[in-house]
Design a protein around this ligand. Structure first.
Ligand SMILES: *[C@@H]1O[C@H](CO)[C@@H](O)[C@H](O)[C@H]1NC(C)=O
Ligand SMILES: *[C@@H]1O[C@H](CO)[C@@H](O)[C@H](O)[C@H]1NC(C)=O
Ligand SMILES: *[C@@H]1O[C@H](CO)[C@@H](O)[C@H](O)[C@H]1NC(C)=O
Length: 394
């Protein structure tokens, strides 16, 4: 058996030496290195086409195959769209190098996206040592209010696994997940300066069974934004901050019907964030945000540790007949400090929020001598062992 494998490898080398494609006898299948497909990795030459053609080889293989983006090189990429479906049931990307984006002046085409992976099932990205740098500073300075590209978009995927990827300095959001069923992100490092505008860590929409775990997200906007059409989203063991915390929504903008349910945020820290656990909906929308749990949360100097805002996006308190219904929201095991004395704000619509549960929450002001307080409107639920004091309608 052993001999047979070695023999096959030798034959393969012989048969297709010019393709420089290698068989790895382990699990990775055929390895296709972007360097062998013409990528320079000098940080200057546009390597988009070389990476694309390497991807097309990998994606077209009937058996297991791995796209290799090697360590020690910087790949300048103007834009990249890796499309499936691929022939094999699963594909791998082994990414240990660095990919960098053009600055604003050198941008070509669509300003909403940079690297897009669409319609690929069973994709595993092993990115130990790999970094995707959005080179966003020119955008932040010169293009604050214009559309800015999300660095990495996953669109229509099933069974995505991403390990140990470092994402830095995106011009817009770092990672978006849209139309995916089953995705696990582990040991991610998502970093951009606190002042960088709208540089969300993760934007998730229209997706289910997405887990983000054991990661650090420190950016200028939401650590994770969970938008309409999401269910079974699991955020576990995350260090979040600086940034705007973990946010459900905003939902229901312009009268839209949107739904989010089964969100589980567990064992996360919010350090110096402008929000912690946040739910925001626009007046006049419909649908729901329900079955949402924030459990075992550590706060350090977070500005709005717990906030439900059903009056999002408008100045005056609205008494709209319609609202995204907020219910079954649990805050359990919070401990730490609030940067402002208003630590808990529940601004529910006049229709009310229901089954809001506070259980073992202990938030104090980080300002010496000040005490934290809670403010709440139209909120129904139960409270156990919670500081600051809050009492909800039954
Ligand atoms: C990154 O952006 C800066 C301008 O902010 C630019 O000078 C530099 O060339 C860009 N890097 C690449 C690889 O294009
Ligand atoms: C969330 O993820 C954690 C860690 O992977 C796991 O233990 C837990 O069962 C998951 N919870 C849900 C509701 O999926
Ligand atoms: C998760 O919980 C453990 C044990 O309480 C704690 O040491 C760790 O800091 C927590 N992680 C985060 C990201 O909060």
């Amino acid at each position: 058996m052993q001999r047979l494998i070695i023999c096959c490898i030798l034959i393969h080398f012989f048969v297709s030496p010019t393709l420089s494609i290698r068989i790895n006898a382990a699990t990775q299948g055929t390895l296709v290195n972007v360097i062998d497909q013409g990528a320079r990795g000098d940080g200057k030459t546009d390597d988009s086409n070389a990476i694309l053609s390497a991807w097309q080889r990998v994606c077209g293989m009937a058996g297991p195959a791995t796209l290799v983006i090697p360590a020690g090189k910087v790949f300048f990429v103007k834009r990249l769209e890796l499309d499936g479906p691929c022939k094999a049931q699963s594909v791998r990307i082994q990414f240990a190098g660095k990919i960098v984006a053009p600055s604003l002046d050198a941008w070509v085409g669509d300003k909403g996206k940079w690297i897009v992976i669409s319609n690929v099932n069973g994709l595993t990205i092993d990115a130990e040592g790999g970094n995707i740098d959005g080179n966003g500073s020119s955008w932040w300075e010169k293009c604050k209010s214009c559309q800015r590209p999300t660095s990495l978009r996953f669109h229509n995927c099933n069974g995505l696994v991403v390990n140990s990827l470092s994402m830095t300095n995106s011009a817009g959001a770092h990672i978006s997940v849209n139309g995916c069923n089953g995705a696990i992100f582990s040991h991610m490092n998502v970093i951009a300066p606190e002042h960088s505008p709208n540089t969300d860590g993760f934007d998730i929409a229209n997706s289910k069974f997405v887990t983000i775990q054991d990661s650090t997200i420190a950016t200028g906007d939401d650590c994770i934004a969970i938008n309409g059409g999401c269910s079974n989203i699991n955020a576990t063991r995350l260090f979040c901050g600086p940034g705007h915390g973990i946010s459900i929504g905003s939902l229901g903008r312009g009268g839209a019907r949107e739904t989010v349910e089964e969100v589980y945020v567990h064992n996360c820290s919010f350090i110096g964030t402008t929000n912690g656990a946040r739910i925001k909906t626009w007046p006049g929308g419909s649908g729901y945000a329900r079955k949402i749990t924030f459990d075992q949360i550590i706060l350090k100097n977070a500005q709005n540790p717990i906030i439900i805002d059903q009056n999002y996006g408008v100045k005056q308190l609205s008494s709209s007949e319609q609202a995204v219904m907020v219910s079954e929201v649990t805050y359990r095991g919070f401990v730490g400090t609030s940067a402002k004395d208003l630590a808990i704000l529940l601004k529910c619509s006049t229709l009310g929020c229901f089954n809001i549960v506070f259980d073992n929450v202990d938030i104090v002001s980080s300002q010496p001598g000040k005490s934290a307080y809670a403010s709440y409107y139209n909120a129904h639920g139960s409270v156990t062992n919670t500081v600051p004091k809050i009492s909800l309608f039954k």
